[in-house]
Design a binder for this molecule. Structure first.
Ligand SMILES: [Fe+2]
Length: 376
């Protein structure tokens, strides 16, 4: 039985006050209550089927009461009744963002990280969802992990990537081969040293997660160099706060132009998340377009940009190692900066096969494997 103001519910013009189990009273807007009643969601598709746009007038409660563990509302002018669990109301009563299990604290790492790097075998991530969850977690906290024991097949790379996302194309296609090309369209496809960079900042949405499966590496030289851009950016923030602000706020033009493509985009060197924490970096000297900012702004920007680029090369941050055949390094392309020492192309064979997935799917995988979700 519904009754106006029953059990301490106080009806107001645009919403109502509800006493919650913690003893506090919280206010909820009528639109919100109408739109988020569990019956507003289709149990099969789990999508909202309520059409809040279709209301002729603002929703208003005719009466409301707490019945069992629910707030029951009879809506004015209709026969509709909503029942919202008090647990749902409590979760949203403070107006705070919905907690996200995938929002894990990022842990900066330094040049000594190779021995500590999270490692998983191909077989265990294929067969064991717990280990796959641990891998996804390492990707969120450390931004890098090493997979071992991959079969020497083309599918091994894409099958592995498919465990934590969908392989997404770039303008090089679904996959790419890092080896010496006869007509290279990218510095990576030569045997020259490859300065520290993140991949494809010239794309509107640069690839989120990168996979590099080493198929062969018998050359002299060619060691991999990885840096946690987050660790550098955190130190940079403390040491050079004004420069940091510039790298956070100024868009840099990036490009990649060849016979059949002309990619261009603008990115900020240091990326912050919604909480103001550093969430990544985007940097590539070989894909940076001619800076087109006003020249007087460059008086400040260039020194800050170079200071950051030099700091990134400090030995303190460089994780240098040899990638071996059968290994696959997986890393957050918006956080981990990578490069390679030059190698002698005639001394042997060096072949990495690569592909990308996106960060959103990585977080989705982690939530699913952690049993998180509103429809559990
Ligand atoms: Fe790269």
């Amino acid at each position: 039985m519904l009754g106006t103001g029953d059990a301490g519910v106080l009806l107001q013009e645009k919403g109502l006050d509800v006493p919650l189990s913690n003893g506090q009273t919280a206010y909820f807007n009528y639109y919100w209550l109408r739109d988020n009643c569990p019956s507003s969601f289709d149990p099969e598709t789990r999508e909202r089927v309520n059409d809040i746009f279709a209301l002729d007038e603002a929703p208003r409660a005719a009466s409301a009461a707490i019945v069992g563990g629910d707030l029951e509302i009879a809506w004015a002018g209709t026969n509709d009744v909503s029942r919202l669990p008090l647990s749902l109301l409590s979760a949203y009563s403070a107006g705070e963002k919905r907690p996200d299990i995938a929002n894990l604290p990022r842990e900066p790492w330094y040049g000594d990280h190779y021995a500590k790097m999270a490692r998983f075998s191909y077989d265990e991530v294929m067969e064991d969802t717990g280990r796959r969850r641990d891998w996804a977690k390492a990707m969120l906290t450390d931004g890098v992990a090493l997979l071992t024991g991959l079969p020497d097949t083309d599918e091994a790379l894409t099958d592995t990537a498919g465990l934590i996302g969908y392989v997404r194309p770039s303008y090089f296609g679904l996959t790419f081969e890092v080896k010496t090309h006869i007509k290279p369209t990218n510095l990576a496809f030569t045997s020259k040293a490859l300065p520290l960079h993140t991949d494809l900042p010239d794309e509107d949405l640069a690839p989120g997660v990168q996979f590099l499966h080493c198929r062969a590496n018998t050359v002299e030289g060619g060691n991999s160099i990885f840096v946690d851009g987050l660790a550098v950016a955190e130190d940079f923030r403390k040491a050079y706060p004004e420069d940091f602000e510039l790298l956070v706020n100024v868009d840099v033009p990036y490009f990649c132009e060849h016979d059949t493509f002309d990619m261009r985009s603008r990115q900020r060197v240091i990326e912050l998340d919604e909480h103001g924490n550093i969430s990544g970096v985007t940097i590539s000297q070989h894909h940076a377009d001619i800076f087109d900012m006003p020249q007087h702004e460059l008086d400040r920007y260039y020194p800050a940009f170079c200071r950051f680029g030099r700091m990134m090369r400090d030995k303190k941050y460089l994780m240098q190692f040899r990638l071996n055949a059968g290994e696959c390094i997986v890393f957050d392309n918006h956080r981990i900066v990578h490069g390679r020492a030059e190698y002698s192309a005639t001394s042997g064979e060096r072949h990495l096969r690569g592909c990308y997935t996106d960060r959103g799917e990585l977080r989705s995988t982690y939530r699913i494997l952690s049993g998180e979700g509103r429809f559990k």
